[in-house]
Design a protein around this ligand. Sequence first.
Ligand SMILES: Nc1ncnc2c1ncn2[C@@H]1O[C@H](COP(=O)(O)OP(=O)(O)OP(=O)(O)O)[C@@H](O)[C@H]1O
Ligand SMILES: [Mg+2]
Length: 389
Amino acid sequence: MKIRHLNLKNWMNYQKLETGELRDRMFIIGPNASGKSNLLDALRFLRDVALPAGRKPSGGGLQKAVRDRGGLPKLRCVNARQDNVVWLEVKLKGTDGANWSYRLGFKGEGKANNRFIITEEYVEKDGESLLVRPDDLDKKDHDRLTQTWLELTTANEKFRELSHFFSETTYLHLVPQLLKFANLIGGNTIEQDPFGQGFLQRVAATGEKTRNARLRRIQKALAAVVPNFKELRFIKDDITGLPHIEANFAHWRPSGAWQRESQFSDGTLRLIGLLWSLMDSSSLLLIEEPELSLNEEIVRHLPRLIQQVQKQSKTARQVLITTHSEALLSDLTIPAEEVIRLEPHREGTRVHLLDPQEKIMLASGLSVGEVLLKTTKPEDVGQLELSLR
Ligand SMILES: Nc1ncnc2c1ncn2[C@@H]1O[C@H](COP(=O)(O)OP(=O)(O)OP(=O)(O)O)[C@@H](O)[C@H]1O
Ligand SMILES: [Mg+2]
């Protein structure tokens, strides 16, 4: 499945957002604090809602997804006026070509028990409504409105595919330090692992054949960009039984030198995590600032690398990427239709569409990085040094 449209109302810094058509590879740009991560968070939110309770140690569902974000006052746009409903709409295309829509609206119950009540839940497939809530039973029994059908495996039989797709969304914001010191951090893994702490466990849980095939492809990519890198392998520590990835670097010793992930450079680790995630599933992949810790020349190649992996499979993942990097967006194969440019306004962030001048510049062969990114730079950036004097 692929997400083709995302529309939001009163979601964090968006009073109203319509993304327009989303392609298989999208780059989200905008100044700091313009809402790039908040946009990805809307999709992580749907994942958290859809996640069956058993898959999360402390359960899933709407109530928890809102609470995990600090409750409704933090999540609802501060500019929300009389209409205080938080509302999300996603339009999707199935691998079989089916058109899906999912809508969810909710607000505070307004009583001391601090719950969130569904104002709308709607599912449509190829023009046919599969779920319309509130229904008659909901109106009689308000407690029902605290749970979405997305999270109720027993109720969502007709759209299990959709619920499953949302729950498989991956958010990748790989922080090498957390992965390197995973053993010391021990059990304190954040649920759904946004920072890659559980990455090695995911590698370990993958069947041997698939794991080896993926590692071979990653090995090939790394050999092209990491000096002296030769080989990648997966092992389980004889004593602790914990999974590790080891890399062999060309060395004066004939057999080379094997290093564990704790010795890898931050960039090598981020690249391994990124490549693995691209191949890991057919669901949605959300990537935060992949340029971090990577050499600019490697960053320039990432869009093509992503495209290559996507081309190899019909069910390849759709990828939404936040970035500040001109190098990443210097690739001339990225059309303006693959970029969402966000612009903060006093009453909330909006999508900043192309102006005629920009269209001409892009048509003349300039990259989206050159044309669009400079408009996201703060105007008074020179004041930064002055303010420290
Ligand atoms: N409920 C809310 N109402 C209005 N604004 C909000 C709300 N919640 C968060 N924000 C604002 O959203 C902004 C943060 O957005 P976000 O983290 O998505 O930015 P970003 O574009 O990812 O920035 P960066 O490039 O620094 O990562 C902050 O300015 C914060 O005040
Ligand atoms: Mg961010």
